[in-house]
Each structure stands twice: as structure tokens, then as C-alpha cells.
Design a protein around this ligand. Structure first.
Ligand code: 6GP
Length: 842
């Protein structure tokens, strides 16, 4: 590109290259310039919102310059790129992260202070980018941070929802959903009105035969919707590499409303097409671990996948390489099955539009894609009815049938004796109505399939995908245990702990890039000064949360109490109901004590947070019970500080950054075998909190790393779950006596109308206790007692915390991304100092 620019012009460009601020004085100058020109305000009416806007714009200028350079460098190097396709990116706030990753937070702090603002207040002005539900979306965000920090040429592709996950309000103890309109002012996105793709839906397929007898399919007619790209820069930590997250927004393909209708006076329907088109990217589906099979959702999926693939193919074609080199240039990761249509779409592009033979095309497809499974819950495994796919994407359905045909023929050849295998593994489920099994399609079209923690990867190999291991061999199925970015989840969320760690593990720029260096702090585990400082940091974080609780709920909690936290999506399998039943049991015990006895107990604050999917009735009932218990317990004069029950509304990424560093113990108590990994478990331990948990997901690997003396494990094992469920349904289902007591109190109306909680009680008592709440309750209560006892010995507790943090290095998402790069993508980082002749001019 550069070579084509004549020398004199080139010089003029390079001489005037933008650079962004350097140092405090220039930072202030840029902030003031943005206040005065971009925002058209002045020092007399610059409030915190305006100061946030101007600060963001100053940082954005810095980011954009590195972003452009990184993109030029990657284009020039023309090496293999990773494309991470995810329907969710739960990014949270961007400004603080940009300050820290660029390494200019101190500059911003002193600059803003000279202008009359506190950097903490300015950061708080930002609205979270909440384009995700929970773990799956947040993992995608951590991966983007690691990909950039490790200098991998990588793009994220997603949807630019106008409304992200709803805002949760708690009114009279009930969840109320409020729309999250987050785009009012978003300096972190760049609309690319010149980067558009027209996406086709519906229509029909015609086939033509040429002279040589070759048949070509043509997908014709139907409806067209335009995808417009919005780009978000993703800064790496302590590296100039800045990657791109491209989010697609939907528009009417004409870009305008219907003039003919407008002119004929039909004003209302004239804007109909436009509104219908915009609906596609309007809202994020608010379900976590649940598939609902709605047509609009399938439209979202195809819209996003088709636009992304068009973009990827367009980029590849510029290189003029032969098609067989496509997998050497492109690795596409499918974040769960949501983007599985990409497999079909690439096959379609190659055979229908580029004229490749089926087999050549299919080889390319399989080598390009890989698929991550995030759950074994049957209700979350995506299926689409054949009729719906046929209607919306007629050509894709034909290709799916062909993929299935060739696959089943191969299975039949290789396993002629197992006739039933064919119906078991068929991509088409022969049900009424027939369904397309997206996970099977994803497996067949990928070269690697991975689970997200060891237990989970074992489970998918031995249960839901067992036949596919037989068919494709075990090497296709790998484990990559999840990770979290220590930049956001330690350095940013917990600056006090980060600098204390840095005093032993070396400067942040080192240890945050190689988290195994944390092990250095273990040498100081007996150093009194270090331990004292450690306790002070925790107390300050608890005070910060106590202040937040006071300001949002009005309830005063003591930072000296044990903070017990469960924050995550509300789901029966995550068992918040077991937690609140345990809280009720504690309350009853306190009530039965004499005032003198009560004074001796260790005070506890039980903190909950999390959203329920709007249509998930049982989850909403759980929220209601937590709040009802809270209002009884918190107002009971007998109880005082001995127990407080807090529900923090609207749990999201930025609230997690306040809550997690303040926890003493956090709960990761899913029924064994149901939580694929969990990632907040890692965040809590990394922030110096201990965990109580089941032998599930990544809890098992956390235990292996930190030592079983440093974790409170309880409950039945995954291998026993099937038998227990069977016994609960068909055998003698005896309810745990302590739980029975709790149920009786709920039913006596102590926490309000017993009818309101009947569903939760009868799920255990009468409907087979699918999540084994009663089976695990005794062990749960015993282990909570052990937690109390252990906490009473503060010296031992601190030892456990320091030791655990020291051994958490494995859970950095950097380790995780390196494993993907090596075992799945086969890509190399592109070091920013290998400039390749572009991006000079410093
Ligand atoms: C989640 C899993 O529930 C969680 O255990 C895991 O840590 C996370 O993915 C990241 O791997 N799955 C989902 O959120 C989901 O909706 C379809 O899966």
C-alpha cells in the first residue's frame, strides 16, 4: 500500500502523523480541547459526564493510532489470523482498562486532578458495555484482552445490540427488567459506513446445469438486510498491539424508508421495512444456558455469521492466494454453537459462488473451524426446526442435508455393525418436528472441539459427544481450561492488592504478563509486615463494598463480619436456593440462642447478586425469597449484626469489580457435573478470597493448584448424580431433616406468603429434587460451619489466602489463549517491533 504513494506526498503525511497525548501537560491540553471543541462546552459547564467524555476521547485518540498501526502491520505481514465469533462480548467499561493497558493511568489521575476531577469519579460515569449474559460472554471479553496482550493477529466478530442485557431493578423484592439503552454516548466505537454487507433471507433455490454437466445452485429472491460494521479498538496490556472487535448493526438495505409509500401518504408503513431490518440487531436475548428456538434469534445468527464471513473472505481474496491456503490464513473459533451456520455459509460460498468441488471445499471448511462447547445442560443445546431453517435459509438447509448425507455414509462404512449409531449421530433429529442439531453440525464441520475445564471436557467425551469420539477418534476432542485476564480482574479491580503483590513479584508489567510469577509471594507468607498489609488491603476492599451496600440499599454492614458472596446468573443448577435455605437455617439457629450465646458468634453478611432470565419463573422466585429473607432478618432486633442478607441489584461487570475483591468466602455450589467451568471462582481466589464449592467445573483444577487445605469442598460427585436422581424419583426420597425444618418455616409464612415460594419447596420435596439440594444440604451446612471455625483463626485464614493467590497463575487467560493458539489455531504472535517497514515515523 505504502509503496504506491509518491515520495513528496508521503513525506507530508509522515511529517504530520497524529500522535495523541504524551505526558500530563499534553493530556490536559487534549481534555480541554475536547471539552471546548468536540463537546462545545467550557470550564464553566464541564460536569463529570463531560469530563468523562473528553477524557475518553483523549484516550481514544491514543488507541486509534496504535490500532491503525497494528492493522497495517497485520495486513503487511499477511500471516494467519484468528477470528473469534461470539454472539456475546461482555466488555464492561473501557476507559479504566484503556488507561491501564496503555500505561497512562497516573498521567490521567494527576491531569484530571489539576482540572478539578477525581479519576475514580470520572471512570464511574461510563455505562457498561453489557452485550452478554454471563460466563460465555465475559470469557470472550477476557480472550480479546489476552489476544491483544500476547500480540496475536485476531479479530472478534459480534452483533452491535442496541439494547444489551436488561438492567435489573428490585421492587418490593421482585426483579423488574428495564431496557439497557447504552449507546447514548459511546466513544469506543467507530461506525464504518463504508463497510457494509447485504444479507439475504428467505427466497428459493434454483439449479442450473452447464455444458459440462456441472450443477450450480442459485439462491434467489427473498429479503435483503444491510449489515454495517462498527469497530471497537481492543488495546493489549503493555504492548502497542491493538486489535479489532467488529460488531454488525442491521439496517434496511435501501438505507431509506419506502418513498413510494411515503409519497402516497402511507406514512406508517413507509418506515416498516426499516424498522423490521433494525429489529435484527436490536436486542440481546437474555437467556443464559437456555435455548428458546425463536426465529428472530436464528435471523441474528445468520446475519452476523454471513456478514463476518463475507468480511473474512474479502480479506483473504485480496491476497490472491489459492483457496486451499485459506486454512493457513484463517482460523475461526465458534464460541458455542451460536455461529455454527458459518460452517454452512463457508461451504456455500466455496461451492456455489467460487465453484469449488464439494470435497475440496469441505476440507477447507473443516480445517478452518473449531468449536468450543460451554455446557452439557440439555436445555441449552441448540436445535432449530428443519421447517424454520428451510423457510429462512433454503439453500443452507440443502447443504446441511448434504453434509449429513456424506457424514452418515462415512459412519455407515466405518461402523457397519452399529445400525443405531446412524440415528444417534445424525445432524437431523427424526423428531416431530424434525430438528437440526447444531452441536453435531459444529463437530462434523470442525477439526477440533474443546470443553472449558477438565471435568467438563471429560463429560462431553463420555456423554453427549461419546459417539463422535468413536467416529473421529479421541484427538479431535481437547480440553482448554478457561482463564481470566489478570489486568481487569486483579490490577484494575484491586489496585491495593496488585501493588502489594508487585512489591514481591516484580513490577506489574512483568507479573501481569506472566502470572506464574505470583508464586513469588508465597515466600513472604510468614512475613508479618506483608501479612499485615494483606489484611489491610482486604479490610479496605470490604469497607469499599460496605459503603456501596449502604449507598444502594441503606443497610449498614460491618466490614469486620465474614463476607459471603454468591454473584452469578440465577439458575437452579447454580443453586442459589441452597444458599438461601442455608441462610434461613443459620437464622433459625441464631434465634434459638440466648443473647449471650449470640454475641459470641462470628457475624456474617450473605451477599447475593445476579439476574434471572425474564421468562425463568423459578429463578425469579429465588430472587424473591432472598429479598424476603433479607427484609425479615435485617430488621430482626434479636439478630443485629450477627447476620445480614443483602441482594445487590443489577449485577454486572463493573459491580463485579467492586464486589469480588471484598469477599472472604464465595460460593460456587452447582450440582456436580452441571457447571462447565465457572470463571468467577478464579476471580475470587485471585483476589484473596477463599471459596466454598462442589467438585465441579474448574473448582477441581483450582483445588489441584492451590491445595485442598485451602478450599472448602463438599457434596456429591458428578459420577453419583445419575443414581441419586434415579433414587430421588423412583426410590425413597427422604428430605434432609435440617432442610425439612427450613421448609416448614417457609411454609409457616415467616418470610411472607408461603404460596410465593411453593415452587422452590415442591421441586425438592415432590418433584425428584433434580439439582440434589437435599442430598447435598447436610454436607453444605457442615462445611459452612467449618468456614466459620476457620475464619475465627485469622492467622491461618490469611495464610490460606496468600498461598492460594500465589498458586493461581495457571488461570490467566493468557495461558488459555496460548493453548488455543498452539493446539487448535496453529497461529503465531506478530511482535510489534517487527515493523516490516510500516508504522514508522516516531
Ligand atoms: C458458561 C458456563 O455455564 C460456565 O460454566 C463457563 O464458565 C462459561 O460458559 C465460559 O466457558 N455457559 C454459558 O454461559 C452458556 O450459555 C451455552 O452456554
Amino acid at each position: 500500500v505504502e509503496a504506491s504513494i509518491p515520495e513528496p506526498q508521503r513525506e507530508a503525511w509522515l511529517k504530520n502523523q497524529a500522535s495523541g497525548f504524551k505526558g500530563k501537560d499534553q493530556f490536559e491540553k487534549e481534555v480541554v480541547r475536547h471539552v471546548e471543541t468536540t463537546l462545545a462546552r467550557s470550564m464553566f459547564n464541564c460536569d463529570e459526564t463531560a469530563a468523562y467524555a473528553a477524557t475518553s476521547l483523549a484516550f481514544r485518540d491514543r488507541l486509534v493510532i496504535e490500532w491503525n498501526r497494528t492493522q497495517q502491520r497485520q495486513t503487511f505481514a499477511d500471516s494467519k489470523r484468528v477470528y473469534y465469533l461470539s454472539l456475546e462480548f461482555l466488555m464492561g467499561r473501557a476507559l479504566d482498562n484503556a488507561m491501564l493497558n496503555i500505561g497512562e493511568k497516573e498521567v490521567a489521575k494527576s491531569g484530571l486532578s489539576e482540572l478539578g476531577f477525581r479519576v475514580e469519579d470520572i471512570i464511574q460515569q461510563e455505562h457498561d458495555a453489557a452485550l452478554g449474559n454471563g460466563g460465555l460472554g465475559r470469557l470472550a471479553a477476557c480472550f480479546l484482552d489476552s489476544l491483544a496482550s500476547l500480540n496475536f493477529p485476531a479479530w472478534g466478530y459480534g452483533l452491535r445490540y442496541r439494547y444489551g442485557i436488561f438492567k435489573q431493578e428490585i421492587i418490593d423484592g421482585y426483579q423488574v427488567e428495564v431496557p439497557d439503552y447504552w449507546l447514548d454516548f459511546n466513544p469506543w466505537e467507530f461506525p464504518r459506513h463504508d463497510v457494509t454487507v447485504d444479507i439475504q433471507f428467505y427466497g428459493n433455490v434454483n439449479k442450473t446445469t452447464d455444458d459440462s454437466g456441472k450443477v450450480t445452485a442459485h439462491w434467489e429472491g427473498g429479503e435483503t438486510v444491510r449489515a454495517v460494521a462498527y469497530d471497537v479498538p481492543i488495546p493489549g496490556y503493555a504492548t502497542p498491539s491493538t486489535n479489532n472487535l467488529r460488531l454488525w448493526s442491521s439496517q434496511a438495505a435501501s438505507g431509506e424508508f419506502d418513498f413510494q409509500k411515503f409519497n402516497s401518504g402511507d406514512y406508517e408503513s413507509s418506515v416498516g421495512d426499516q424498522q423490521r431490518a433494525e429489529t435484527i440487531s436490536a436486542v440481546l436475548y437474555p437467556n443464559d444456558n437456555l435455548d428458546r428456538g425463536k426465529e428472530l434469534r436464528l435471523k441474528q445468527q445468520y446475519f452476523w455469521v454471513a456478514a463476518s464471513l463475507y468480511d473474512i473472505v474479502r480479506r483473504f481474496k485480496k491476497s490472491k492466494r489459492p483457496w486451499r491456503e485459506f486454512p493457513d490464513q484463517v482460523a475461526i473459533q465458534l464460541n458455542d454453537t451460536h455461529p455454527t451456520l458459518a460452517i454452512v455459509e463457508l461451504q456455500r460460498i466455496l461451492i456455489d459462488l467460487e465453484g469449488l468441488d464439494w470435497d475440496d471445499a469441505w476440507n477447507i471448511v473443516q480445517q478452518t473451524f473449531s468449536y468450543t462447547n460451554h455446557t452439557v445442560l440439555p436445555e441449552a443445546l441448540e436445535k432449530w426446526s428443519v421447517g424454520l431453517v428451510q423457510h429462512l435459509l433454503p439453500r443452507h438447509l440443502q447443504i446441511i442435508y448434504d453434509i449429513n448425507l456424506f457424514f452418515l455414509q462415512m459412519v455407515e462404512r466405518n461402523f457397519p455393525k452399529d445400525r443405531e449409531m446412524l440415528s444417534r449421530v445424525s445432524i437431523i433429529e427424526e423428531s416431530q418436528p424434525k430438528m437440526v442439531r447444531m452441536a453435531y453440525l459444529a463437530i462434523v464441520g470442525s477439526h477440533k472441539v474443546n470443553g472449558v475445564a477438565e471435568l467438563h471436557s471429560d463429560l462431553i467425551r463420555t456423554t453427549i459427544f461419546k459417539d463422535f469420539v468413536t467416529i473421529f477418534g479421541p484427538d479431535k476432542f481437547v480440553n482448554v481450561t478457561n482463564g481470566i485476564t489478570p489486568r481487569r480482574w486483579l490490577h484494575q479491580a484491586n489496585p491495593g492488592l496488585s501493588s502489594l503483590i508487585a512489591s514481591k513479584a516484580g513490577d506489574p508489567e512483568h507479573y501481569l504478563k506472566d502470572l506464574t510469577l505470583l508464586n513469588k509471594i508465597e515466600l513472604s507468607v510468614n512475613d508479618p509486615a506483608f501479612r499485615k498489609a494483606w489484611a489491610e488491603v482486604k479490610l479496605a476492599n470490604k469497607q469499599r463494598l460496605a459503603d456501596y451496600i449502604k449507598s444502594t440499599t441503606g443497610i449498614v454492614v460491618s466490614p469486620k463480619a465474614l463476607f459471603d458472596v454468591q454473584v452469578k446468573r440465577i439458575h437452579e443448577y447454580k443453586r442459589q436456593q441452597m444458599n438461601i435455605f442455608g441462610v434461613i437455617f443459620r437464622y433459625l439457629k441464631l434465634k434459638s440462642m440466648s443473647p449471650e450465646e449470640r454475641k459470641k458468634v462470628l457475624p456474617r453478611v450473605s451477599i447475593f447478586g445476579g439476574k434471572a432470565a425474564p421468562g425463568y419463573w423459578m429463578a425469579k422466585q429465588i430472587i424473591h425469597l432472598i429479598n424476603s429473607v433479607g427484609s425479615v432478618v435485617n430488621n430482626d432486633p434479636d439478630i443485629g449484626d450477627a447476620l445480614k442478607v443483602i441482594f445487590l441489584e443489577d449485577y454486572n461487570v463493573s459491580k463485579a469489580e467492586i464486589i469480588i475483591p471484598a469477599s472472604d468466602i464465595s460460593e460456587h455450589i452447582s450440582t456436580a457435573g452441571t457447571e462447565a467451568s465457572g470463571t468467577s471462582n478464579m476471580k475470587f481466589v485471585l483476589n484473596g478470597g477463599l471459596i466454598i464449592g462442589t467438585c465441579d467445573g474448574a473448582n477441581i483444577e483450582i483445588t489441584r493448584e492451590i491445595g485442598e487445605e485451602n478450599i472448602f469442598l463438599f457434596g456429591n460427585l458428578a459420577e453419583d448424580v445419575d443414581d441419586l436422581r434415579h433414587k430421588n424419583t423412583y426410590g425413597d426420597h427422604k428430605i434432609d431433616p435440617s432442610l425439612d425444618k427450613v421448609f416448614n418455616v417457609i411454609q409457616s409464612g415467616t418470610f411472607g406468603n408461603a404460596q410465593d415460594f411453593q415452587g422452590m419447596v415442591s421441586a425438592v420435596r415432590e418433584h425428584g429434587d433434580f439439582y440434589l439440594v437435599s442430598d447435598d444440604f447436610h454436607s453444605y451446612l457442615e462445611t459452612q460451619e467449618l468456614v466459620d471455625k476457620s475464619y475465627a483463626d485469622q492467622e491461618l485464614w490469611i495464610t490460606k489466602c496468600i498461598t492460594s493467590v500465589a498458586r493461581m497463575g495457571f488461570f490467566s487467560s493468557d495461558r488459555c489463549i496460548n493453548e488455543y493458539a498452539e493446539e487448535i489455531w496453529n497461529v503465531e504472535p506478530l511482535q510489534p517491533d517487527t515493523n516490516n517497514g510500516v508504522g514508522k515515523g516516531e
